[in-house]
Design a protein around this ligand. Structure first.
Ligand SMILES: C[S@@+](CC[C@H](N)C(=O)[O-])C[C@H]1O[C@@H](n2cnc3c(N)ncnc32)[C@H](O)[C@@H]1O
Length: 324
């Protein structure tokens, strides 16, 4: 599994100041802990959404990322995280950095759903595909009923971890290639964070067809992808300049050729494998140019936008499409 990870040492691109949601006041924290304690003492089991209604972004970020690490009452009601080494194995970072990235992703996915006519509501159905240890889907518990949040991953260890640490959302072990047993036309929003950054062209095309089947009419698909400079980054890893994982060091060896392919709008992929059951015939390192999406996804989806990472504060670009 060690290659099923990212290369970020920091969650935010260099130079970005902390977001405004990163600082809840002490008074606010005390107030929300008291609210959780009251809810817990009442003993009633309700969707988390009802307990945290009214929490602003700063409070919600703190409740999900920090509070369970420090307060028993938060641990009793909110999802937990696995140990830091396990977090890092999945996403190359842990703790605050991993949560900050997760919250940034959640904010973008939610914003795109609203922008294209699917604002999240308690009965919205959301699928986190390639959920890893489940750091992102938990943030949707503020808007959506617990039962409507689904995480899927093809790695048994990931699903096991998610089920152990998060009893509110549902987690499904899915095959490495489609189809899944999930019902057709059932999701309003499907998102993939750093999953299409790893799948082969053939695998990602098959999953696109499956996502089309799973989305409701008008449903939104958001998938992140590596930027062009990841190809150059792999060369720096090879020279030992920036760290990086073994799989990345063996990817995109002829840098000039791969950059030219990217610029021609071709799908760029090296099947390095990712450890565990992530085999090189479908899993490796991938960069998908916007031009490719416009031409090769358009038989199934309406193209909405390509969100540059500088705009979203994520470390990857995001592709947004919609089922007609
Ligand atoms: C780099 S991790 C990202 C995890 C998660 N999205 C996050 O950002 O925290 C990639 C994840 O995609 C999963 N994955 C890779 N190929 C998959 C496939 N074909 N089907 C489902 N999950 C897949 C891996 O098991 C791993 O958990």
């Amino acid at each position: 599994m060690s290659n099923a990870v990212e290369n970020e040492d920091a969650a935010l691109p260099v130079g970005l100041p902390p977001a405004r949601w990163e600082s809840a006041s002490r008074l606010t924290k005390a107030y929300w802990l008291a609210r959780l304690a009251l809810a817990r003492s009442s003993g009633a089991s309700r969707p988390l959404r009802q307990l945290v209604a009214g929490a602003d972004d700063a409070t919600w970020y703190w409740l999900v990322s920090h509070a369970p690490r420090r307060f028993a009452v938060a641990r009793a009601l909110l999802p937990m995280a696995p140990d830091e080494a396990t977090q890092t194995r999945f996403v190359g970072t842990s703790g605050d950095a991993a949560f900050r990235q997760a919250f940034t992703g959640y904010s973008l996915f939610k914003e795109m759903a609203a922008k294209y006519g699917r604002p999240l509501a308690p009965d919205s159905k959301v699928l986190d595909f390639g959920c890893g240890w489940g750091r992102i889907i938990r943030f949707f518990l503020r808007e959506v009923d617990d039962a409507n949040l689904v995480g899927a991953d093809c790695m048994p260890a990931a699903i096991e971890l998610c089920r152990q640490t998060n009893r509110r959302c549902r987690f499904e072990l899915t095959p490495a290639l489609p189809p899944t047993d999930l019902p057709a036309s059932s999701f309003d929003l499907i998102y993939l964070y750093s999953v299409f950054s790893h799948l082969s062209e053939a695998a990602h095309q098959r999953w696109l067809t499956e996502f089309h089947r799973l989305l409701k009419p008008g449903g939104i698909l958001v998938a992140t992808t590596r930027a062009r400079d990841f190809i150059e980054q792999c060369e720096r890893y090879r020279r030992g300049q920036d760290g990086g994982y073994e799989a990345m060091k063996s990817a995109f060896l002829d840098q000039g050729d791969w950059l030219a392919r990217y610029d021609r709008g071709e799908f760029c992929y090296e099947g390095t494998g990712g450890g565990d059951n992530l085999e090189g015939n479908f899993y490796g390192e991938a960069c998908i140019p916007a031009q490719y999406v416009r031409t090769r996804w358009s038989d199934r989806f309406e193209f909405r936008e390509f969100v540059p990472r500088e705009q979203s504060r994520l470390d990857q670009h995001a592709i947004v499409v919609q089922k007609g």
